[in-house]
Design a protein around this ligand. Structure first.
Ligand SMILES: C[S@@+](CC[C@H](N)C(=O)[O-])C[C@H]1O[C@@H](n2cnc3c(N)ncnc32)[C@H](O)[C@@H]1O
Length: 228
């Protein structure tokens, strides 16, 4: 089924919408019957939703990611936290948990999912509604993680190359200024961090696929002054 979904998204929905509609001039678009436009907008909505949410890590793989936490007090951060299921599970293991999610509807779903937690665990979780690349991670995280060691997870399997590049630069900067160890796990490799790669971690996704995540650690990153 995953192959079928990928085929639909990349071969049918995307070309149909982007190519057909972009070729029309504004007057031609206006001339289209309203019902046709509705179909176009439905397809767009479906495509945007697919692009935002597919490929979530499955609960059976949560433990493998959490096990990468460095020994000692560690905060867990999910960059692109989706519907917050990983945050809910992390709140059971980590005393500080942060989710950064760009889309408001995902944040709203996360808030609902977090309601399932006992109050004591729910208080450990902070949701930041933001584009992870607009954030200065060191600034936004320090307030919610007490400056502890960090275990960052990013299921960036659907992130475009440009976004991944900026993410890698952002995480490198974080690693350089953070006073404690930072461990980063990303589904797709982050080239900028290549020299800090330590191991791979397999995890299953909702597509039914097995991904090999990449683990990077700051223990070998040269530190720079925060002021630089
Ligand atoms: C594959 S889902 C991962 C969800 C969850 N972390 C998991 O692994 O199950 C990727 C998430 O990243 C979010 N996302 C995409 N671009 C983002 C960005 N620039 N900043 C923050 N979140 C982003 C998407 O909305 C989506 O919820």
């Amino acid at each position: 089924m995953p192959a079928c979904r990928t085929f639909l998204k990349h071969c049918l929905v995307r070309p149909f919408w982007t190519q057909k509609l972009s070729r029309l001039s504004p007057p031609e678009r206006k001339a289209l019957a309203p019902r046709t436009l509705n179909v176009f907008s439905l397809l767009t909505t479906a495509r945007v939703k697919l692009a935002r949410t597919y490929g979530e890590i499955l609960p059976s793989s949560f433990g493998g990611v959490f096990a990468l936490a460095p020994a000692g007090r560690t905060a867990f951060v999910d960059i692109g936290s989706g519907d917050g299921k990983l945050l809910v599970a992390a709140a059971d293991k980590f005393e500080a948990v942060v989710g950064i999610e760009k889309y408001r509807d995902r944040v709203a779903t996360s808030k609902q999912n977090l309601q399932s937690l006992p109050e004591e665990h729910r208080r450990r979780v902070t949701l930041i509604e933001a584009d992870c690349n607009d954030e200065d991670l060191s600034e936004s995280l320090v307030a919610f993680t007490h400056g502890w060691q960090l275990l960052l997870f990013c299921n960036n399997v659907a992130f475009p190359a440009g976004l991944n590049k900026r993410l890698a630069g952002n995480v490198l900067r974080l690693m350089q200024v953070w006073p404690q160890n930072v461990c980063m796990v990303s589904a797709l490799p982050l080239d900028t961090l290549a020299s800090f790669f330590v191991q791979e971690v397999p995890f299953h996704t909702s597509w039914g696929t097995l991904h090999v995540g990449n683990v990077y650690t700051s223990s070998t990153v040269p530190q720079v002054s925060i002021a630089s």
